[in-house]
Design a protein around this ligand. Sequence first.
Ligand SMILES: Nc1ncnc2c1ncn2[C@@H]1O[C@H](COP(=O)(O)OP(=O)(O)OP(=O)(O)O)[C@@H](O)[C@H]1O
Ligand SMILES: [Mg+2]
Length: 155
Amino acid sequence: MSTTEQESRIVIQGIEIALACPDQLTFQWIGQREVLEQLLAAWLLIDAADIPLSPRLVGKPGVGKTTLAYAAAKAINRDVYIYQCTMDTRPEDLLITPVIDRSGGIRYVASSLVTAMIRGQVCILDEGNRMAEKSWASLAPLLDSRRYIESLSQA
Ligand SMILES: Nc1ncnc2c1ncn2[C@@H]1O[C@H](COP(=O)(O)OP(=O)(O)OP(=O)(O)O)[C@@H](O)[C@H]1O
Ligand SMILES: [Mg+2]
């Protein structure tokens, strides 16, 4: 079953959380097989203890970084969640945002990053170089073997 057909909300410790929708892009990766295979190799799992790496793609503007990340995720049949980073992205923006719903109650909405984590899919932190050090620091445990994100209350 495609994850797009899954429930768009989950319940964690009694709290309902709305999940993001995956991004659907129409473009395809043309040529440059080697760089695509390098990225796929970073996600390769051989031993049960292996965890996928989180590679950082660097290159000149327009060289195809975002397209490559999307194409690699699709090559292994993963949904892709694109988080558009800016210099204003705060650590809490990367997590779960409480919003007031129509009835005046609080609704919790997961970021595309948290949705990808929950669903075991791929998140592209697009334009990640713009993001401040504090926000990157909050992702440190996610990007190493710990696999969680620091929330504000822990910071
Ligand atoms: N190998 C490729 N196959 C198909 N399209 C490509 C390829 N390389 C680049 N493109 C196309 O070039 C354009 C720019 O690519 P993309 O946005 O992925 O670059 P980028 O490196 O992420 O740019 P930026 O640094 O501005 O974020 C897009 O229209 C993309 O589809
Ligand atoms: Mg890009």
